[in-house]
Design a protein around this ligand. Structure first.
Ligand code: NAP
Length: 251
């Protein structure tokens, strides 16, 4: 095992977008960062921009591979201080294109893929009685949004799951948190045909996450000027919520 005094982070989906920006931000601060993803040239490109980032290929939908990569990572570097289960996928689903394959895929990557990563990480951190796990969810998980039903549902599942375990795990020294970004400019949102309100860059998103690492609150959300409006919508009764969301989206 390599002995090092720097902090250790593992980020899935680290080959692009928010994961890449977060990996590079932590690397800049002297962290040892390990990134994972399916596409080797993307991971290599991130490593090339960094001081000491390393990578392991991983498809998060592969349960056995998730366990194996985590074991190999721990043997080589030790148990991470922070794990960011960030790998995710998004395609909108307009009602006229009900797509069961898409629903399965979004759940396999966004929800079950996160569970595959959590399964080996959680008991290891519980045994050590320390560590922080960030589940990359989305404000799309707050309430149902037209065209984003299967994506939003997969993210809502993460929020609900983490809400259930936050307090009991905190008492054991492990922080299970959710990250709920608004719109961030990445390849994932490039397919949106509408103007995205309060859109921020992946570097800004990474900065917000890094700033929040010293706190212990359940949720990391940004940009607040946008996400707090959605948070308020969450408190509305259904009748008012449906009225407002239909006005805004025209659906
Ligand atoms: N951008 C936004 O506005 C926004 C807002 C809220 C939440 N999010 C969430 O933030 C996370 C990162 O998204 P992003 O916007 O940064 O988009 P992105 O650039 O597309 O990043 C997603 C990453 O996940 C990886 N990935 C996808 N499927 C995978 C799989 N089966 N196994 C392993 N890795 C996989 C992709 O790499 P490979 O394809 O090479 O594997 C890619 O690097 C996602 O969970 C997304 O839902 C994004």
């Amino acid at each position: 095992m390599v002995q090092n005094t720097s902090k250790l982070a593992w980020i899935t989906g680290g080959g692009s977008g928010i994961g890449e920006a977060l990996a590079l931000a932590l690397d800049k601060q002297g962290w040892q960062v390990i990134i994972s993803g399916r596409t080797e040239h993307k991971l290599e490109a991130v490593v090339a921009k960094s001081q000491q980032i390393a990578y392991f290929l991983l498809d998060v939908t592969d349960r056995a591979q998730s366990q194996q990569v985590f074991n190999t990572l721990c043997e080589a570097y030790g148990l991470p201080d922070i794990v960011v289960l960030n790998a995710g996928y998004y395609t909108p689903m307009p009602l006229k294109e009900f797509n069961l394959d898409l629903i399965y895929k979004l759940n396999q990557v966004n929800y079950l893929g996160v569970m595959n990563g959590l399964a080996p990480v959680l008991p290891a951190m519980q045994a050590r009685a320390s560590g922080q796990i960030l589940l990359m969810s989305s404000v799309a998980g707050y309430r149902g949004l037209p065209d984003a039903a299967p994506y939003g549902a997969s993210k809502a599942a993460l929020i609900n799951f983490a809400e259930a375990l936050y307090m009991p795990l905190k008492q054991q020294g492990v922080l299970l948190r959710v990250v709920n970004p608004g719109f961030v400019t990445t390849q994932l949102t490039a397919q949106n045909s509408f103007k995205m309100p309060a859109e921020i860059t992946s570097t800004e998103a990474a900065d917000r996450i890094v700033e929040a690492l010293d706190s212990t609150c359940f949720e990391i959300t940004f940009p607040k000027r946008f996400t707090y409006i959605l948070k308020m919508l969450r408190c509305l009764p259904y009748r008012l919520y449906f009225f407002l969301i239909s006005k805004v989206t025209g659906k």
